[in-house]
Write a protein that binds this ligand. Structure first.
Ligand SMILES: [Zn+2]
Length: 195
């Protein structure tokens, strides 16, 4: 089922996600629904708070980035295979040089901003079968993990821009929360005015 994506301004996007167990009600279906929702919106990642659940779950599929011919062959080959379900993730370490990438977010349509992050991340998590993993990622794969991980910590990429940029974005973000935006996937807006 294609779920509505929660727009900027909703409190659920600000909650720190709770740990879940194997017995979490309807987990398998939830993961399927999140995949459908992400692909329908042409996203490369989707976190559970974005569909209204403050739990430590996000999914990633960076396949679309594999087409980017500015990347080297190794990175493209890896991005093509980088499809994961992250449950109860914890970032253990962020290292490496800081770099800038122009980020966007399905909960914040039509806004893209340069965000600075470190280029390497080590993360431990459980997959959809609750098997434990520890993985070190770099470049764009790390970037997507960092962005989605922020969601389960209640953080949005627009928090990470300069205070000047924040002032410039304020009105646009208010409009998104009110549903004053054209978007071609299903969304739920916290401050939508009933007509
Ligand atoms: Zn996002």
């Amino acid at each position: 089922m294609n779920l509505p994506i929660i727009a900027y301004g909703d409190k659920v996007l600000r909650k720190v996600g709770v740990t879940i167990s194997k017995d979490y009600d309807g987990l398998e279906q939830l993961i399927e629904d999140m995949k459908e929702t992400m692909y329908n919106a042409f996203g490369v990642g989707l976190a559970a708070p974005q569909i209204g659940r403050a739990i430590r779950l996000f999914i990633i599929d960076t396949t679309p980035f594999a087409e980017d011919d500015e990347l080297n062959d190794d990175e493209r080959a890896f991005l093509k295979t980088f499809q994961r379900v992250f449950i109860n993730a914890q970032i253990l370490e962020e290292t490496g040089d800081e770099w800038t990438f122009n980020e966007g977010c399905l909960s914040i349509p039509d806004i893209r901003e340069d965000v600075i992050r470190q280029d390497t991340v080590t993360i431990k998590y459980q997959d959809e079968n609750f098997k434990e993993h520890k993985e070190t990622l770099t470049g764009l794969a790390a970037r997507v993990v960092q962005h989605e991980y922020d969601h389960i910590e209640g953080i949005l990429f627009t928090d990470k821009v300069s205070s000047l940029k924040k002032r410039l974005l304020k009105k646009k973000l208010e409009n998104i929360s009110k549903g004053k935006i054209d978007v071609d996937y299903k969304m739920r807006f916290p401050n939508l005015k009933k007509k």
